[in-house]
Every structure is written in C-alpha cells, then in structure tokens.
Design a protein around this ligand. Structure first.
Ligand code: DAH
Length: 364
C-alpha cells in the first residue's frame, strides 16, 4: 500500500503547487487520464486475489477521490484569483469627466428641422413626408397653378425626362415628372390620402434652377397645413406668430401680415418680422425695418376640391418657408451655398453637438 500512499502525497503536493489553470489541467489529464498513473494502478488490481483486491481497490478509490476533490478545490481557488486580478487591473474611474467629442457635428439644417418640428409638435402638428420626384399635377396642377401660369417659369423647375400615366379618374393626359419646386405637393398628398381634420408640417428637400448667395439648386422648405371645420385667419396669425417668437427666442418679436398672392391660397399673405439694419448689420427683433420670412394663406377652395375635400364643410390655412433662410438668420450664416459644400471647418463652426437636442423643455 506504500505506493498508493506515496502517489497520493505526490499528487496532492503537485496540485497544491499548480500555478495556473493550465498546469492544473495538465495534472488532471496526465495522472487521471487513460495513460495516467492512477489508471495504471487500477489496472494492477486484476492480478490480485479477492481480499487483497477489495482492500487495495478501496484504498485506490479513496485516493483517487481525494485527488479529484483537491483538483476541483484548487481550480476554484485559481479561478477566483484570476477574477480578482482582472477586477484589480480593469477598474474604471466612473467619476472621471467625459472627454468632449470633437469630431461629430449636427448639420445646421438638421438642427433647424429639429427645432421647427419641436415647436410645431408642441402645437399638435404631425410630420408628413413626400417624394422629391413629383408629377406636375401634385407640384402645380392640384395647387391651382395652371400650365400657362408664370409661377411655373418663376420657379425654374427641373423637369425630368419621361412621363407618368395620369392617375385621376377619367384623366387622359400624361404627367411630367419634376423635382418638386416646393413642399406644397405634400399638402396635396396628405389631403388625398387622409380625411380631415388635418394638422401637418412637411419639412424636406426642394429644387430650383438657381444659384447665388441666397439660392442653391437644392434647398429645404417646411410646409404647414391645417384643415378643420372652422379654422380661420385668426388661427393662422396666432399659430405663425407663436412659431416665429419661439423659433427666434424673442417673446415680443414684431410680426406683420402683408397681403400677397399665391395661387393655392385665398386670401394670401407674406409674413415679415421686425428687424433693424442699423450700421449695415441685420438684427432680428425691434427696429425700424421689416424682413420677409414666409408665405401663407387660407387654403384656396379650388385646392380642397382638387384633393376631394368639400370646401363647404372644410377650410384651413397653409404656410411655407425656407429652412436655410431661417437657419441663416438665427445662426448668422451669410451664404446659403456653404450649407452644401461639406467643408468640415464650416461644419465645426456652425454645427451642433449631438447633445443640443431641441425640445420644448430644453428650448430651441
Ligand atoms: N410654396 C410657396 C413657395 O415655394 C411657399 C408657400 C406660400 C407655401 C404660401 C404655402 C403657402 O403653403 O400658403 O414659394
């Protein structure tokens, strides 16, 4: 039995001395595996007589059991130690101030859209969208801009090659495809596809063949449309005055409604805000001057009719404005073309951080 005892003490001290999980595994495989020492001792039992075999077998089993238990215990201890070491070396100081992220910037046009959506969202407006490629019925016809109307030339439309088949019942003519010249076709799409009451804004890209400091062939507008049974000009004035004061963050910003003409509204108005141009610099707020900022009006009954809404039952107002324009005015950006030049220095200067999220609570 001495060999059992010496094997036992040798293996137990090997296990105790194992420095890591790999060393432990080598012992387990080497000593307890098929070709291991304990297995060899077990095989030797076959040559013994019954009594000796029972006594030696018990001793061998007890020894094997003891080694297995020691292996498990050592393994658990080593795993604990390894975890402690990781915890000690991988600590992070959660009290460190965050590193300012200098690279990413929100483009001013995205920020302006978010601001406009936040303000009108508070007033219960939903956001509607439409495609950049429109047919000329949605972009012009339904909005009471007939084929010979000068607005079609004034808008310097990009016409696309090809035609769309007409979709109106009984309609014979084909429709030309255009890059939408304004967001007003989203009014048409909304009225055709959902029953009133309607309260939407439609921000998005628009296109005109134009290029100078205040025009770019691609720019952005936001359209607004409210249709209900008894909406009147007072609602229009209140809504837009509220919006402009919230947007420019001037509680008593002077707002003026000036009669104007749009084919899709009747009556129509242009809206000016108070400003001063003293010393050649434009300052929004109080002053002797006015600055034109947007167009609006009561939706022309012909437009309602074109979109399948009964003008005897429903009426409403609409408005539209340029997003670059209001962004330029608020953030002092002098040239509209720079919005689309992808100049990183410009974006770092005029851009916003991801944490400047406009909301009615944090302000716009
Ligand atoms: N669609 C006009 C434009 O692009 C802007 C506009 C004016 C929209 C008056 C409207 C409106 O909805 O009522 O110049």
């Amino acid at each position: 039995m001495d060999d059992v005892e010496s094997t036992r003490s040798e293996l137990l001290s090997q296990v105790a001395a194992a420095a890591d999980l790999d060393a432990l595994e080598r012992i387990r495989v080497g000593e307890l595996g098929k070709k291991g020492r304990i297995t060899a001792l077990m095989k030797g039992l076959a040559g013994l007589d019954a009594d000796a075999r029972r006594a030696r077998g018990q001793a061998l089993n007890a020894m094997k059991e003891e080694v297995v238990v020691a292996l498990e215990a050592r393994k658990a201890a080593l795993a604990d130690a390894a975890l402690d070491a990781r915890l000690a070396s991988e600590t992070i100081d959660v009290t460190l101030p965050s590193r300012p992220e200098r690279r990413g910037r929100i483009h001013p046009i995205s920020q302006t859209i978010d601001e406009v959506v936040a303000i009108f969202g508070e007033m219960g407006f939903a956001v509607a969208e439409g495609p950049d490629i429109e047919d000329d019925w949605n972009n012009f016809g339904a909005l009471n801009i007939p084929p010979e109307h000068p607005a079609r030339q004034e808008m310097d439309t990009f016409y696309l090659p090809g035609y769309l088949p007409g979709e109106r019942a009984g309609e014979q003519e084909v429709r030309r495809m255009v890059l939408r010249t304004h967001t007003s076709p989203v009014q048409v799409r909304t009225m055709v596809s959902q029953p009133p009451p309607i309260r939407i804004i439609a921000p998005g890209r628009t296109y005109r063949c134009d290029y100078d400091a205040t025009h770019s062939p691609m720019f952005h507008q936001v359209e607004g449309l409210v249709i209900d049974r008894d909406v009147h000009m007072g609602h229009l004035k209140g809504c837009l005055t509220e919006f402009l004061r919230a947007y420019f963050r001037i509680d008593d910003l002077p707002v003026r409604f000036r009669p104007s003409y749009f084919p899709f509204t009747e009556p129509s108005a242009e809206v000016d805000i108070g400003c001063s141009r003293e010393g050649g610099t434009l300052r929004i707020g109080h002053g002797a001057d006015w600055l034109e900022i947007l167009g609006c009006g009561m939706v022309n009954p012909l437009v309602l009719q074109n979109c399948g809404i009964d003008p005897e039952q429903w009426q409403g107002f609409a408005f539209g404005m340029g997003l670059e324009r209001i962004g330029m005015l608020k953030y002092g950006i002098p040239d509209l073309r720079t919005f689309f030049e992808s100049d990183l220095r410009w974006l770092r200067h005029y851009g916003f951080t991801a944490l400047d999220v406009p909301s009615p609570v944090t302000g716009v």
